[in-house]
Write a protein that binds this ligand. Structure first.
Ligand code: FCB
Length: 396
């Protein structure tokens, strides 16, 4: 008899996407200005076909985001038809018996909001609250899980420190303002959703990670690991933990702290791993286990809301998924309350500044013809989704 790892009954299995990366035709957001995604996967029109594929792959939860720039294209003017569209999508999921997790903000902002200073504006959380007050009551009876913000830390680091995402700033002051405003935004949105529906399940999606040191016995690195763990993993979550019914964890790679006494700036991130993805990201499945064990401190149910690999050849994906699931299973068996796993992504899509070159999908997309083809690794994942267990000792 092969050894199997069983997951808890009712465990949710699925995949995730975000509006800008898949929908196509989004022209009114800050990202469209700098990085046009064109028709992307045309998910806005073809969602039923993609939901059918998700169903075929045994998935029982789907995560997508609603696009603020569609729903509120001009300040204070709401487009009813855009909300109706998301309603239809939610109904299509219900018809297929697939639960929904709806992200309200997945990085893109309406142009009018960006022009007002975006998240640096001291009223940004109020603007967002107005949008939430309009959209949520329209959709709430069809939504299983609300997620307020996706990876606020990435907007902060990439948008306000490194300057590589819109609004392309390198500003400590901007960073500090946005940090505070995003906390306010989440906390306010949480309360608004609960004012409409006390039973709503509202969470935040955060990319905490496992922080390790490059050299086993470097004391400097050990101290920096502790400091970085706090800054990267806990500081933001500590400020929102009381307004969360669950935590969404996006895990991709660990952070390696390296001290280089002869090289400025002396301390930084290194990646010497041979096991990497097409993004150059280190493959370190054990990291999901340590991250989950650490998140247990918040005493909240956890969903893996993203975990995935850019792998155009589909040579590493099945092993990547199964290795992460094995470590996730270990965390569950040691008492971490993980209730679902959503692979990133259901289909190849627009990977932000990288465009369409990075292939994360269970489904391979031809961006010319928009033909969609299930990858072999997706079938392996489907076996797990359908049986709620992993059979060990099989070759991937
Ligand atoms: C995450 C983002 C998601 C996707 C993956 C690869 O940081 O939330 O939209 O781009 O990375």
């Amino acid at each position: 008899m092969p050894k199997t790892l069983k997951f808890p009954p009712g465990f949710l299995w699925g995949s995730a996407v975000s509006s800008y990366q898949v929908e196509g035709g989004i022209e009114n957001s800050d990202w469209s200005r700098d990085y046009p995604a064109g028709k992307a996967c045309d998910y806005y029109n073809r969602y039923e076909k993609y939901f059918d594929l998700a169903k075929e792959l045994g998935q029982n939860i789907h995560r997508f985001s609603i696009e603020w720039s569609r729903i509120e294209p001009e300040e204070g003017k709401f487009d009813k038809a855009a909300v109706e569209h998301y309603k239809k999508m939610l109904l299509a999921l219900r018809q297929r018996n697939i639960k929904s997790m709806v992200t309200i903000w997945h990085w893109t902002n309406p142009l009018w909001f960006a022009r007002k200073g975006g998240w640096e504006n001291s009223k940004s959380s109020e603007y967002f609250a107005r949008f939430v007050k309009f959209a949520v009551p329209e959709l709430d009876n069809l939504v299983d899980f609300w997620a307020t913000l996706n990876e606020p830390g990435v907007l902060l680091s990439h948008g306000y420190l490194a300057g590589i995402h819109p609004p392309h700033k390198k500003s400590i002051l901007g960073f500090a303002k946005v940090y505070g405003n995003l906390i306010k935004t989440h906390n306010a949105a949480y309360k608004i959703i609960h004012s409409f529906n006390q039973k709503a399940k509202v969470g935040i999606i955060y990319n905490a990670t496992f922080v390790k040191s490059a050299h086993k016995d470097s004391i400097v690195e050990k101290i920096c690991v502790k400091i970085w763990e706090y800054l990267r993993n806990r500081m933001f979550l500590n400020a929102v933990r009381n307004n969360a019914d669950y935590l969404g964890l996006n895990y991709y790679f660990p952070d390696n702290i390296e001290f280089t006494p002869f090289k400025f700036p002396f301390i930084g991130m290194s990646n010497r791993s041979k096991e990497i993805t097409d993004m150059g990201w280190e493959i370190f499945p054990e990291g999901i286990y340590h991250t989950l064990k650490d998140l247990k401190r918040y005493n909240l149910p956890i969903y893996i809301t993203e975990n995935g690999i850019a792998d155009a050849k589909d040579a590493k994906r099945a092993k990547f998924i199964i290795d992460h699931l094995r470590w996730m299973h270990k965390a569950i068996s040691e008492g971490v309350d993980v209730r679902g796993y959503l692979y990133w992504s259901l289909l190849d899509n627009f990977e932000w500044t990288y465009g369409f070159s990075k292939r994360f999908g269970l489904i391979e997309m031809d961006f010319g013809s928009l033909e969609a083809r299930i990858r072999p690794s997706a079938l392996k994942y489907a076996e797990i989704c359908k049986s709620n267990r992993i059979i060990l000792d099989i070759r991937y």
